[in-house]
Design a protein around this ligand. Structure first.
Ligand SMILES: Nc1ncnc2c1ncn2[C@@H]1O[C@H](COP(=O)(O)OP(=O)(O)OP(=O)(O)O)[C@@H](O)[C@H]1O
Ligand SMILES: CC(=O)N[C@H]1[C@@H]2OC[C@@H](O2)[C@@H](O)[C@@H]1O[C@H](C)C(=O)O
Length: 385
């Protein structure tokens, strides 16, 4: 029997904090390079075996340089160098785990993402840029590397995101179970998996998860609301929540995506009339409400059996308790409670996308990105030897 694919996924996300490296195995799937056809998804979840997972925080100077690179005034000479510098950091992260891998997949750092044309500053071209030079990883590890996943979907008319739902379906969809896989990061996003049916998958950003709460925590000099304590103890200004719930984004039908530029305290009318504790409690309740409203509007009508939550928000007990109450009787449980690994989710997803690209199989869901058709997302860089 041919060897089960061993894949190394590298992910560095929008919070620009560090690199997740995860080595996975896909038991029973065609060997890397064997081609053939994508396997039928059957059997119990999770379908990938996480062999190893390591998180490496960025060194401070690299982190600041990456944050600066996404600003409009960033210099091309800086971005040029950063592409190689981050490539070295990715190669370091990969080198520790890649010995046994057939293939490496690297998302890279998004320095700019322009899914809609914007005339305001003379930009007319929809585009996206992820940096972290794959050649550096190839040179250092001697392995083939798939990178640059978002451009092909955008060129086909899509937003180039979200891409993870394609892998969510392969990993977490189950016949007869209508399940949502939910991520509570800075922004909240969901993948709805109605059994194994690919055509029924829905994925979008619901709005804020931790972004507003983190800002409220900063008013206290913290980074986030540890244990959801502030969120639990303040007064909730319901009348403000009712006003904020009228934001047009929340009612817009999917596919859609959003970011911190839309969900920040400055944009919430009346929020600074509250004291810091009450801001925390009110934005927590508001963020929960936007998630519950999104389910009520766009998912529950299709039928929903359970919601499985990943992302840092799963560690905020106030958020989770309010979410469970708002969505009852639909069960809301964490990845770990389901027996899955939440920390490795995104890096593993890109490992799977990279594997599909390398096999020559389509790996996007046009309904979730808004593209005209499915594409093969990811470009291959190969070692010489
Ligand atoms: N113990 C905790 N108590 C309360 N909140 C927590 C705790 N641990 C993590 N969080 C929240 O989770 C956030 C980090 O979550 P995560 O790492 O999923 O975000 P992210 O990387 O910014 O996500 P994304 O890129 O998906 O938007 C923190 O900023 C904080 O708000
Ligand atoms: C352009 C870009 O890097 N987008 C990220 C970002 O981080 C979260 C959200 O915005 C999501 O749309 C996407 O990443 C996830 C991993 C995705 O493509 O599914």
């Amino acid at each position: 029997m041919s060897r089960a694919p061993r894949l190394l996924g590298l992910m560095n996300g929008t919070s620009v904090d560090g690199i997740d490296a995860v080595l996975i195995e896909l038991p029973g799937w065609p060997a890397v390079g064997e081609g053939g056809r994508p396997p039928e998804i059957t059997g119990p979840t999770p379908r990938a075996k996480v062999l190893e997972h390591r998180y490496t925080p960025f060194a401070d100077d690299l982190r600041y340089a990456l944050l600066a690179a996404s600003r409009d005034e960033a210099r091309t000479s800086d971005i040029t160098q950063l592409n190689f510098w981050l490539g070295e950091a990715l190669a370091d992260a990969a080198a520790e785990l890649s010995g046994d891998a057939d293939l490496i997949a690297s998302h890279g750092q998004t320095v700019h993402h322009i899914p809609a044309s914007d005339d305001s500053r003379g930009w007319h071209t929809r585009s996206t840029l992820q940096i972290g030079e794959a050649s550096v990883i190839v040179e250092r590890t001697g392995k083939p590397v798939v990178s640059d996943f978002r451009a092909p979907d955008m060129v086909a008319g899509g937003q180039g995101a979200p891409l993870v739902p394609f892998a969510d379906r392969l990993m977490y969809a189950e016949a007869g179970v209508r399940r949502a896989v939910h991520n509570l990061g800075g922004i909240s996003n969901l993948t709805y998996l109605p059994g194994l049916d690919e055509a029924g998958v829905i994925a979008f950003d619901t709005g804020p998860a931790n972004a507003l709460i983190d800002e409220a925590a900063e008013l206290f000099g913290g980074r986030y609301d540890e244990g959801g304590r502030m969120g639990a103890s303040g007064y909730v200004a319901e009348s403000l929540i009712e006003t904020w719930r009228k934001d047009a984004y929340l009612a817009a039908p999917p596919p859609k995506s959003t970011g911190r530029e839309r969900w920040n305290l400055q944009r919430l009318d009346g929020v600074f009339e509250l004291n810091a504790q009450d801001i925390a409690a009110t934005v927590t309740a508001f963020s929960v409400q936007t998630v519950a409203d999104a389910y009520g509007r766009f998912i529950v009508p299709h039928g929903l059996d359970e919601i499985v939550v990943a992302g840092g928000g799963a560690y905020n007990p106030t958020f989770m308790a309010q979410l469970k109450a708002a969505l009852a009787p639909i069960p809301v449980l964490t990845f770990e409670e389901r027996g899955w690994n939440s920390a490795a989710r995104e890096a593993a997803a890109f490992a799977i996308l990279g594997y599909y690209a390398h096999q020559g199989w389509r790996n996007t869901l046009p309904r979730t990105t808004g593209a005209r058709h499915a594409v093969i997302a990811g470009k291959l860089s190969r070692p010489a030897g």
